[in-house]
Design a protein around this ligand. Structure first.
Ligand code: SF4
Length: 495
C-alpha cells in the first residue's frame, strides 16, 4: 500500500520528517524517499531501495543534506518517489499512495497530448509521475488534483510539497486515509497517526474523502470540501494499520480488541489458551481472551530484534521463509494444550498450514483458528492489496473453484499461477460470500481441513462494521462481499 508523512514548521523540519516517514515502514517495503524545501537552497530529494534494508538505516547518513522548514516523505510499495516537478503551477515535490488501474490508458492519452514520461527507472510507468502530469494539466493545484480524481481508476491520496506549504489531498472515495496533526508552530499530514505522539503532534483533523487541505506552519486551510460519500478501506483496521493509529477517529487496537471480544463471548469452543499471531492478530486475541475468559498466552512470539517489520520482501518464496523464521513457537506453552490462535486474515493459507503442522508437532493437542475478518473472496482493485493479481491466490477461490467444478483431488497448491482460472457465475461466488449460507459453511470447513485445523471461524461482516463503528455504506468491504465496486470517481457512475 505505502504510507506518507509531511510536515511544515517555523523550525527546521528534518528530524520530524525522518522519524515521521519511518513510522510508515509497516506499510511498504520497496522504496523510501524524502524531499525538503529550503527558501535559500530550494528542493533536495533522495530515494533509496528498501528491499534489503530499513528506511532509517538507509537515510541516516545523508540527513545533513536535507534542509528547510517543510518536507514530505514516503515508504512506497511500488514506485520511486517523491517526484520533483517544475511547472506553470510552480516547483513542487509529490508523493502518492495510489493504485492506478488505468495507467496505460492515462499514459497513452498524455503522450498523445505531447507530454512526456521521464521516469522509467524500474522499466515501468511511474504512477506518481502520471499523477504529477495530471496535476500540472490543471489551472491551479486544486484543478489539477480534481483532474486526478476524475481520471484515475483505483485510488490515489497524495501530498504535494510546494514553495508555499504542503497540500494534502485524500483519495476521492477516501479508501486510504490522511490525518492532520498539530503542535506549536508546525502542522503535519500522515497516513498513520502513529507518527504523531513521539514527535509531539496531536491529531487535529481527519481529512475527508476527496478533500484537499493546505498546511502552513501557522494553520490549515480547506481548499476543496470533502465528498459526503466514503469508502474507507476496512482492511486498514484489520491488517494494515499499526495498533496506535486512528482513521476516522477509530483506533486500530480498539477495533481489533472489540472484534476478538465479541467472538470470544459467544464462541463456546473448549480451549485452554488463546494466543495471537504477531503482530496484527495480537489485539484480537487479547479481546478474545477477555471475552471468553480463557487465559491469553504467547504460544508464538515474534523475534523482534531482527524482524521488526510486518511486511516482507517482494519475492513470494522469500516471504514464506521470512514469515516462518520470524515467528517462534513456544513448546512449553503449547504442550498438551487445546490452543486457539487469532490472526488478521487468510490469503493463500500456505503459511498457516505449515504453522498448524508445526504447532501440533510441538505438542499442541488441538489447534483452532479465529480470523479477524470474513473470508477474502474478491481481489482488491483499489489499494494494491497483495492478492490483487490473481483471485486464485486466495484459498477461498480455490476451494470454490474445486467445489463448483467437482474437483475432488484438490490440495493446497503452492503455485496459484499454475492453476487455470475457471469462470464461476457471480451468483455462485456470492453464495459463498454470504455468512452462514450452506456454501459458506462448506467452504470454511474445507479450508479448515486443508489447513489441518481442529476448527476455524471468521468474524462476521456485521461484527467488523460494528467494531469500526462507521455506517456500512461508508466502509469498503469489497474483498469480503464484492460490494461497492466503484473504480471511477463519479465521472461515469452515480456519486
Ligand atoms: S477491497 Fe478490501 S483491501 Fe481493497 S480497499 Fe476494499 S476493503 Fe480495502
Amino acid at each position: 500500500m505505502g504510507g506518507f508523512f509531511g510536515a511544515v514548521s517555523l523550525e527546521p523540519v528534518v528530524a520530524d520528517l525522518f522519524y515521521g516517514t519511518d513510522y510508515q515502514s509497516h506499510l511498504g517495503t520497496k522504496r523510501g524517499g524524502m524531499a525538503t524545501y529550503d527558501r535559500e537552497g530550494g528542493f533536495y530529494r533522495a530515494i533509496h531501495n528498501l528491499e534489503s534494508t530499513y528506511f532509517r538505516t538507509r537515510f541516516e547518513s545523508e540527513l545533513e543534506k536535507f534542509k528547510g522548514n517543510s518536507g514530505i516523505g514516503i515508504i512506497s510499495d511500488t514506485d520511486a518517489q517523491p517526484m520533483l516537478m517544475n511547472s506553470h503551477l510552480g516547483r513542487f515535490a509529490l508523493v502518492t499512495v495510489a493504485k492506478i488501474n488505468n495507467m496505460e490508458e492515462i499514459a497513452d492519452s498524455l503522450l498523445k497530448e505531447n507530454m512526456h514520461l521521464s521516469e522509467f527507472s524500474s522499466g515501468k510507468i511511474n504512477p506518481t509521475e502520471l499523477v504529477g502530469l495530471l496535476i500540472i494539466k490543471g489551472k491551479t493545484f486544486v484543478d489539477g488534483i480534481e483532474n486526478v480524481y476524475r481520471t484515475v481508476k483505483g485510488s490515489c491520496s497524495m501530498l504535494l510539497l510546494t514553495e508555499d506549504g504542503i497540500i494534502a489531498a485524500r483519495d476521492f472515495w477516501g479508501r486510504t486515509p490522511i490525518v492532520i496533526g498539530k503542535k506549536d508552530g508546525a502542522f503535519a499530514a500522515t497516513s498513520e497517526s502513529t507518527a504523531f505522539p513521539n514527535l509531539g503532534y496531536e491529531t487535529s483533523y481527519f481529512v475527508g474523502p476527496g478533500e484537499i487541505v493546505k498546511l502552513k506552519a501557522d494553520g490549515m486551510e480547506v481548499l476543496r470540501k470533502a465528498e459526503t460519500k466514503m469508502q474507507v478501506c476496512s482492511f486498514l483496521w484489520i491488517y494494515y494499520g499499526f495498533p496506535t493509529s486512528c482513521y476516522e477517529g477509530k483506533n486500530v487496537e480498539d477495533v481489533r480488541y472489540t472484534t476478538g471480544f465479541k467472538m470470544g463471548e459467544t464462541d463456546g469452543v473448549e480451549i485452554d489458551s488463546v494466543g495471537g499471531i504477531p503482530d496484527s492478530g495480537v489485539g484480537m486475541a487479547i479481546g478474545y481472551a477477555a471475552g471468553s475468559k480463557v487465559p491469553y498466552q504467547r504460544g508464538i512470539s515474534k523475534y523482534t530484534p531482527t524482524w521488526p517489520r510486518s511486511f516482507m520482501p517482494a519475492n513470494q518464496e522469500m516471504r514464506n521463509l521470512v514469515a516462518k523464521m520470524k515467528l517462534i513457537p513456544n513448546k512449553d506453552v503449547l504442550n498438551g494444550k487445546r490452543c486457539l490462535f487469532c490472526d488478521d486474515s487468510i490469503v493463500r493459507g500456505t503459511q498457516l498450514r505449515d504453522s498448524s503442522k508445526a504447532l501440533k508437532k510441538l505438542g499442541a493437542k488441538e489447534v483452532h483458528m479465529r480470523i479477524a475478518c470474513p473470508p477474502l473472496i474478491y481481489a482488491c482493485p483499489f489499494i494494491n492489496f497483495s492478492a490483487s493479481k490473481n483471485e486464485l491466490e486466495l484459498i477461498t477461490r480455490r476451494v470454490i473453484q474445486d467445489f463448483e467444478t467437482g474437483n475432488t483431488k484438490a490440495t493446497l497448491l503452492k503455485d496459484a499461477h499454475s492453476t487455470e482460472n475457471v469462470k464461476i457465475a457471480d451468483e455462485r461466488i456470492k453464495a459463498y460470500a454470504t455468512t452462514d449460507s450452506p456454501e459458506y459453511k462448506a467452504m470454511v470447513a474445507e479450508i479448515a481441513k486443508r489447513l489441518g485445523l481442529d476448527s476455524l471461524k471468521f468474524s462476521k461482516l456485521e461484527t467488523i462494521i460494528e467494531a469500526i463503528g462507521l455506517p456500512k455504506d461508508k466502509i469498503c468491504t469489497h474483498c469480503f462481499d464484492g460490494s461497492s465496486f466503484h473504480t471511477c470517481n463519479g465521472c461515469c457512475c452515480e456519486k
